[in-house]
Design a protein around this ligand. Structure first.
Ligand code: ACO
Length: 428
């Protein structure tokens, strides 16, 4: 807390409220309005919380105007090109990069927890054959709490830590079970001699009848996707995890709430929308020129999916990281496949077009992630489950941070009541 204050005056009554300023290490400062209602009788009104800092956090920093994304101070570009997903997990959870012993220990711990209880597999087999993976995932993650009665005391730092490790380790297994159930293939057991990402691809695509070995470009593309989606500060699902966890709900229930929030199309569904758009263009035989013309036409609600971003008004730094990885993967898998060719031509045409340049509408991370997941043969209904798997570490890091924050209290927003005033029940 700084010594600065801001004074707010109500001209009608002349009442003033003096409010402290909260300063971060970088970025906007905030006015601490906790005593505003007591001093002035007013609450603040901020639907969507777009102008409200719900907490202080030392995990991730975003500057949308400049296209900056830092995890614990490290730029995402450097993490994506130099680090591994597990190292980023360690960083997000612990605040510092691991040394080589810590890195090995962390990897071993995670590998120790990759299997799930056999009854979890049976539980998942109970879903209808075409159940949506996000329904299966949120329900199963919530159900995990019933297997760990002895280690979900939220006030015990060791319990919090082992739960964090369990969730990071088991998400690939659970996500792959969703896919296998849908395909009607047997669940595959994790292989702890493989890297985190290679193991995930093995869980997804190995079958008992033959060997499976993913290409280096596929492993790199998946690893990069995981790193780029690991955290994104107080987005809707992370805020949901914090809010659910603020009541003292167990960590599995809190993460299940985050998964449910991510399932919404306005949050986790953008890369699916990109693929739907590309499929539509292919099916209808529209040209790139006519597609771009539609996107510019103010009388047509159509927008180019995968371009522009609510937060990043310069460029999405994650898109810059993934563009090369995406191109490499497409080159390896045959860049002349019609849909991938279309995506590359669309990207080039948009980047050269003045309408998009003037409005700073660049390809966002979802444009490339949709194409990569399609190239990796991951079906569209699994896209958001991939996102949930990657984001689990971010959710759990925020959940942990909340439980060690001295200012933490149950989340309980106010409202402006607009319903009827008091009236009597007929005959009362
Ligand atoms: N295609 C065509 N025109 C666009 C697009 C687009 N994808 N995005 C923005 N514009 C235009 C708008 O029409 C507007 O033009 P105008 O100034 O002539 O009126 C201008 O660019 C600014 O657009 P806004 O809607 O004000 O930008 P906003 O920040 O509200 O929207 C959003 C951001 C919702 C992401 C938008 O760019 C969009 O709809 N993109 C496509 C969907 C998408 O890819 N979403 C995933 C983004 S990731 C995420 O947000 C979680």
């Amino acid at each position: 807390m700084s010594s600065k204050t801001v004074t707010v005056t109500d001209p009608a009554s002349g009442n003033t409220a003096e409010l402290p300023v909260v300063e971060g290490t970088v970025g906007n400062n905030a006015i601490d309005v906790r005593t505003l209602a007591k001093q002035s009788g007013y609450f603040t009104y901020d639907p969507g919380f777009a102008a409200t800092a719900s907490c202080s956090s030392a995990i991730t920093y975003i500057d949308g105007e400049q296209g900056i994304l830092l995890h614990r101070g490290y730029p995402i570009e450097q993490l994506a090109s130099k680090s591994s997903y597990l190292e980023v997990c360690y960083l997000l959870l612990n605040g510092e990069l691991p040394n080589s012993t810590e890195s090995d220990d962390f990897e071993n711990i995670i590998k120790n927890h990759t299997m799930v209880h056999e009854n979890i597999g049976r539980f998942m087999q109970g879903f209808r054959y075409d159940a949506h993976p996000m329904a299966m995932l949120s329900a199963t993650v919530a159900a995990l709490a019933s297997f760990y009665h002895d280690s979900i005391d939220i006030n015990d730092p060791e319990h919090r830590q082992i739960t964090a490790h369990r969730l990071i380790a088991k998400m690939p297994t659970l996500a792959s079970y969703c896919y296998k159930h849908y395909r009607g293939q047997p669940f595959v057991y994790p292989r702890n001699n493989l890297s985190y990402t290679e193991n995930f691809l093995h869980l997804m695509f190995a079958v008992p009848a033959e060997e499976y070995s993913p290409s280096p470009a596929a492993i790199r593309a998946m690893e990069t996707l995981l790193i780029l989606h690991a955290d994104h500060e107080q987005n809707a699902s992370t805020s949901t995890v914090r809010l659910a966890g603020s009541s003292g709900a167990n960590p599995f229930a809190s993460i299940a709430a985050g998964i449910a929030c991510l399932w919404g199309p306005a949050h986790g569904g953008a890369n699916e929308a990109v693929m739907n758009m590309l499929d539509d263009i292919m099916e209808t035989g529209e040209t790139i020129e006519s597609t771009i013309a539609r996107a510019k036409d103010k009388n047509d609600p159509f927008r180019l999916m995968g371009f522009g971003h609510r937060v990043y008004k310069n460029y999405d730094p994650r898109a810059t990281c993934i563009q090369g990885v995406c191109h490499d993967l497409l080159d390896e898998l045959g860049g002349d496949q019609p849909l991938f060719q279309l995506a590359r031509e669309l990207e080039e045409a948009v980047l050269a077009d003045d309408y998009f340049k003037e409005r700073k509408l660049f390809p966002n991370v979802d444009f490339y992630s949709g194409i990569i997941l399609r190239a990796l043969n991951i079906p569209m209904n699994m896209f958001t489950a991939m996102f949930a798997m990657a984001r689990t570490v971010g959710w759990i890091a925020h959940w942990q941070e909340m439980h060690t924050d001295p200012h933490f209290r149950i989340g309980r927003p106010q409202q402006i009541y607009t319903g009827p005033t008091r009236r009597d029940y007929p005959g009362a």
